[in-house]
Design a protein around this ligand. Structure first.
Ligand SMILES: Cc1cc2nc3c(=O)[nH]c(=O)nc-3n(C[C@H](O)[C@H](O)[C@H](O)COP(=O)(O)OP(=O)(O)OC[C@H]3O[C@@H](n4cnc5c(N)ncnc54)[C@H](O)[C@@H]3O)c2cc1C
Ligand SMILES: NC(=O)c1ccc[n+]([C@@H]2O[C@H](COP(=O)([O-])OP(=O)(O)OC[C@H]3O[C@@H](n4cnc5c(N)ncnc54)[C@H](OP(=O)(O)O)[C@@H]3O)[C@@H](O)[C@H]2O)c1
Length: 380
């Protein structure tokens, strides 16, 4: 590895360029999951399998125009940006402020400026945090401005009531041993309809729709807790449905690049095999070449009842238990809200049924796996 320290970081992101974009999902899929390749050439940035890439998006220009239109402003107005430096209002709305999550300050300002906004009174109280969160959930800045056209803001007032646009993290889907100057990503594009409007996830649609035209400000987010085992002969069990596959593609590239001898077992799931089997060709080639020893898939919508990765774990409990007893590391990546919890429950069940442990002893066994850093999660 080069001894040169990169000048780029979260505080000073590298203006990277996309060198490749391709759609991983089929045209009939209900999802849009894309593969991106981001060049780090010239940045002196280095990453490891398991890390994430931080991306600073900018907002959709059409969305910026809508907000300006609703506020009766042009965007050319000179303001102090959210970073304290002089900027135009359009620059602030494009790159510095989120137009997705309205702030309490925006609601309070509307309440104060609008005599007919009495229904907002309950949210102005700082104690009413959860009621405000429930009401705001799903609403964007544009929804609030359109709902209260009588509320007029000066450009500086508008900037003051907006929240900072935050970067998003994406699990790195490549190994630096194979791609030292490039980071690959696997991104599910967020688009949905709500409250009668089309909604776009800020960063996933920035990458999908606009990042090809200019630079993409990026940084490396180190994840020391999610590295492949230091000893490459240690077996790995990887559970990564949907975009959770990303770091495991990096792990498998790493095993291919280094000729690591340890066994590997991948559980992958998504909606339909025909359209959503991400990286199917590569995964099958790894199976054939022996880089990947075992693959179990769960395509949730190919049959009447849902089948998820945890069901495959339970069906293969005896083998899974044997791998754990042989010292395997167990990795999970992807959805935190439901999948990771259900996979955790399935792991306990595997230890109970195949390992013949009581629920308490199974919990202690899983806790020991965690303590030994043999149960690692990167969930979001
Ligand atoms: C460590 C880490 C690794 C990650 N790795 C990946 C990865 O490899 N690939 C990947 O795709 N993502 C990954 N993510 C998630 C990623 O960071 C973003 O959160 C994701 O891309 C959405 O960001 P966005 O800006 O496009 O959407 P945002 O503008 O942030 O909008 C997302 C929000 O929209 C709302 N929403 C979404 N869908 C709906 C719906 N159908 N109905 C109503 N509301 C909805 C939800 O409130 C959701 O939180 C990772 C996150 C972390 C923390
Ligand atoms: N707005 C959109 O159109 C849209 C579309 C896809 C994803 N997303 C969002 O994008 C993010 C990433 O999506 P993703 O591709 O990684 O994954 P995902 O689409 O959320 O799910 C991938 C697979 O996991 C299954 N799954 C659902 N619940 C599960 C559970 N409890 N345990 C195990 N598996 C489960 C899904 O099945 P089922 O879906 O059949 O239940 C699907 O087969 C998620 O946060 C998701 O909310 C948004």
């Amino acid at each position: 590895m080069s001894a040169v320290v990169s000048p780029y970081s979260r505080k000073n992101p590298f203006p990277a360029h996309l060198t490749d974009v391709r759609t991983l999902t089929g045209s009939d899929s209900g999802k849009e999951t894309l593969h991106f390749e981001v060049s780090l050439a010239g940045s002196e940035l280095h990453y490891e399998a398991g890390d994430s890439l931080g991306v600073f998006p900018s907002n959709d220009p059409a969305g910026v125009d809508e907000v300006l239109g609703a506020a009766g402003l042009t965007g050319e107005e000179a303001v102090e940006g959210l970073d304290g430096a002089p900027a135009t209002l359009r620059e602030v709305l494009s790159r510095q402020a989120t137009l997705r999550e309205p702030s309490r300050q925006l609601i309070t300002a509307i309440f104060e400026k609008c005599p007919d906004a009495s229904e907002l009174e309950e949210f102005v109280d700082p104690e009413a945090k959860s009621a405000l969160e429930d009401w705001i959930n799903g609403r964007e800045v544009i929804d609030i401005l359109l709902a209260y056209p009588a509320a007029r803001f000066t450009p500086a007032e508008l900037v003051k009531v907006l929240r900072k646009l935050q970067p998003r993290l994406y699990s790195v889907a490549s190994s630096p041993k194979m791609h030292p100057e490039s980071v690959h990503l696997t991104v599910a594009v967020v688009r949905y309809d709500l409250h009668g409007r089309k909604r776009h996830g800020v960063c996933s649609t920035f990458l999908a729709d606009r990042a090809g035209e200019g630079s993409v400000p990026v940084f490396i987010h180190t994840a020391k807790h999610f590295r492949p085992p230091e000893d490459a002969s240690v077996p790995v069990i990887m559970v990564g449905p949907g975009t959770g596959i990303a770091p495991f593609r990096a792990f498998l590239q790493e095993r291919e690049a280094t000729g690591a001898g340890g066994k590997s077992w991948l559980f992958f799931g998504d909606r339909n095999r025909a359209t959503d089997f991400l990286y199917e060709g590569e995964i099958n080639r790894w199976l054939e070449s022996g880089v990947l020893h075992r693959l179990d898939t769960a395509f949730s919508r190919d049959q009447a009842e849902k089948i998820y990765v945890q069901q495959r774990m339970l069906e293969n409990a005896a083998d899974l238990w044997q791998w754990l007893e042989d010292g395997a590391c167990f990795y999970v990546c992807g959805d935190a809200s439901r999948m990771a919890k259900d996979v955790d429950a399935a792991l306990h069940r595997v230890v109970e049924t195949a390992g013949g442990r009581s629920p308490e002893d199974a919990a202690a066994y899983v806790a020991d796996l965690k303590k030994a850093k043999r149960y690692r999660k990167d969930v979001y």
